[in-house]
Ligand binder design. Structure first.
Ligand SMILES: *Cc1c(COP(=O)(O)O)cnc(C)c1O
Length: 401
């Protein structure tokens, strides 16, 4: 989107506002499909938690994506978006047996990530097939060496517990239809990812009636200059070849599945805010915007660096600014960042605001959550209204004194 188009969104819907460009989601989706074109059966399950607006889900589904969900509420959102239950995978962690049974009753694919639930589920529902989430204990990312890590991670069933899994499966007579991993780390080194995949293939070889292997996500997108991006084209080429070999030795054509969130939506999003105050102190110049970690928490929570541009003054002289919010808390978005000259009233754009931004927002300081807009076919469409005062009070039971 051009600066002019972004400014028109603020003009029409006010600030702060999230805007998502559907053409960027489509570009990313097609890149992935194209990278894995040599695989006969490919399934992309979009990770709903990254951006869960129903219109975004519908758009991604219209491209062909299924959904990856982590709560029963996300399952319901995906169904609401018209995604068939068979194209929804439910991958919870640490949820109750009752919630898993609820998801199963809705007909979605179940992914189980601990032995206790596997045994309970298999005992009570031996006829419902499940997928198993394996923890391969491989850290993909950070280190250039292949390191065996995350031994303490709460996610997945350890690959070293494969004998336990097999015992439970044999005892209950349950049916395992898929093998899954999601390391949660960025794929910086494709060889590390392929190494983890080998562990998954080995586990897959232990089950004789699989339908799919799900390689999770970990696709990294650039947030700032110099960031490494996962080379999906190279990964696609190498993993597809290996996957096809595995299918021949397995004796059956399996589906290769992925569940990217960030890769599909991060770059599509911009978060647009207004500058309330420019404040010169003895050490820096603060640009204070009409937002805070109530709307965008990634910089404070993860130290994420979101590129910030001044779309009201794109060719202004660059100066150093510390960009903060307006809530009563330390809410620094950026420290001493070079941005073209900021004046009060200017509109700043945070880039890469499609994934884990709106979905992590809150009402802290009793502020409203922002509006969301989808930019589609050259036009803006409001897909979520800005909250109102009634949204803050609607569930409260007010006592009289
Ligand atoms: C969050 C999550 C994803 C998506 O991760 P990204 O880094 O956004 O691609 C995929 N699978 C599972 C199980 C997840 O919890």
């Amino acid at each position: 989107m051009t600066e002019k188009e972004l400014l028109s969104v603020v003009q029409d819907y006010g600030s702060p506002v999230y805007v998502y460009d559907s053409s960027v989601m489509e570009r990313q989706y097609k890149r992935l499909i194209n990278a894995f074109r040599d695989v006969k059966q490919l399934r992309i399950h979009y990770a709903v938690k990254a951006l869960s607006n129903i219109s975004a889900l519908k758009f991604l589904h219209s491209l062909g994506a299924g959904m990856d969900t982590v709560s029963i509420q996300e399952v319901r959102l995906a169904l609401e978006a018209g995604v068939p239950a068979g194209h929804i995978i439910y991958t919870p962690n640490g949820v109750s047996m009752a919630e898993i049974e609820k998801a199963a009753s809705l007909g979605v694919r179940i992914n189980i990530d601990n032995l206790s639930v596997l045994e309970q589920f298999g005992t009570q529902h031996p006829d419902i097939p499940v997928c198993i989430r394996i923890n391969p204990h491989v850290m993909a990312g950070g280190n250039t060496n292949i390191s065996v890590g995350h031994i303490d991670s709460k996610f997945g069933i350890s690959i070293h517990q494969l004998p336990h899994i097999k015992r439970i499966v044999d005892n209950t007579g349950m049916h395992i239809n898929g093998i899954h991993m999601h390391t949660g780390s960025d794929i910086l080194d494709i060889d590390v990812f392929l190494y983890a995949s080998e562990i998954l293939f080995k586990a897959a070889g232990e089950f004789d009636s699989l339908e799919f292997i799900d390689f999770g996500s970990g696709f990294k997108v650039p947030y700032k200059d110099g960031d490494i991006e996962t080379n999906v084209e190279e990964l696609g080429k190498k993993l597809s070849e290996r996957f096809n070999d595995f299918c021949s030795s397995y004796g059956r054509e399996l589906t290769l599945a992925f569940e990217p969130g960030k890769f599909l939506v991060s770059e599509s999003g911009k978060f647009l805010v207004s500058v309330n105050v420019v404040k010169q102190t003895t050490s820096t110049v603060f640009a204070q915007v009409d937002s805070g970690f109530n709307h965008l928490i990634r910089p404070m929570l993860y130290g994420a660096k979101h590129h910030i541009s001044n779309i009201s003054n794109p060719s202004g002289r660059e100066r150093f600014y510390t960009v903060t919010g307006y809530i009563c808390e330390t809410d620094t978005f950026a420290n001493n960042r070079r941005i073209s000259e900021i004046r009060e009233g200017d509109i700043l754009a945070f880039h890469n605001a499609g994934a884990y931004c709106f979905t992590m927002s809150s009402n802290y300081n009793s502020r409203y959550r922002p509006a969301e807009v989808l930019w589609h076919n050259g036009k803006s469409h409001l897909i979520r209204e800005r909250e109102k005062f009634e949204d803050l009070t609607k569930n409260q039971k007010v006592l009289e004194f």
